[in-house]
Design a protein around this ligand. Structure first.
Ligand code: PAF
Length: 187
């Protein structure tokens, strides 16, 4: 399993896989993995040739009253779990790699889909999610991207973005037996 921390390395590796005719499955996560994430990795393994898992606690999807620093992290355990699942590559960038100083480009999905529930109670949350997911799609170039059905509103927002911005990929929303670990309430 290869672990990449920079956008360039990850993007080059994915381009290489595509040039070899392989299909890429991406499982975007914020780490601190549990069985729900692993079931998405297994689904990606069933449906695509190579599986990339991103581990990135995305600062811009946290609100001012949500404690980003307290979000649980355990990269070495995550890597151990992904090694066992035979993931092919992990993308684990630092925040400054994804959002270098002066970063100013965002994706905002408007309309009904973001007006209610999390979209209403966590202003800016889906703008942060859509932005990071769009970046991950451009970096990892997946044929299919896998998200837990349990975050139903997030899946709808991402599907709308993919449709309206013409990303050439398929969203798979899979049933993930999700058990939140303590302190994981912002996932
Ligand atoms: O569902 C999550 O863990 C996150 O919202 C995601 C999709 C990885 C984007 O940071």
């Amino acid at each position: 399993m290869q672990v990449f921390n920079t956008v360039n390395e990850m993007q080059n590796w994915c381009t290489d896989q595509k040039n070899q005719g392989k299909t890429i499955g991406l499982v975007p996560t914020m780490g601190y993995l549990h069985e729900g994430h692993l079931s998405l990795v297994r689904e990606a393994r069933r449906q695509t040739d190579v599986v990339v898992v991103s581990i990135f606690v995305n600062p811009i999807q946290f609100g001012a009253n949500e404690d980003l620093d307290k979000y649980p992290r355990d990269l070495s355990k995550d890597l151990e779990m992904l090694e066992k699942e035979k993931a092919d590559a992990v993308f684990a960038p630092a925040a400054a790699e994804m959002y270098p100083p002066g970063y100013n480009s965002f994706v905002e999905i408007e309309g009904q889909v973001t007006a209610k529930l999390c979209g209403a109670s966590r202003p800016g949350h889906f703008k942060g999610v859509a932005t990071v997911v769009a970046k991950l799609f451009n970096i990892c170039q997946p044929n299919r991207a896998f998200f837990g059905q349990k975050d139903a509103q997030q899946v709808l927002v991402i599907e709308k973005m993919v449709r309206e911005l013409n990303f050439p990929l398929q969203i798979v929303s899979a049933h993930s037996k999700r058990k939140r670990r303590p302190g994981h309430e912002f996932a």
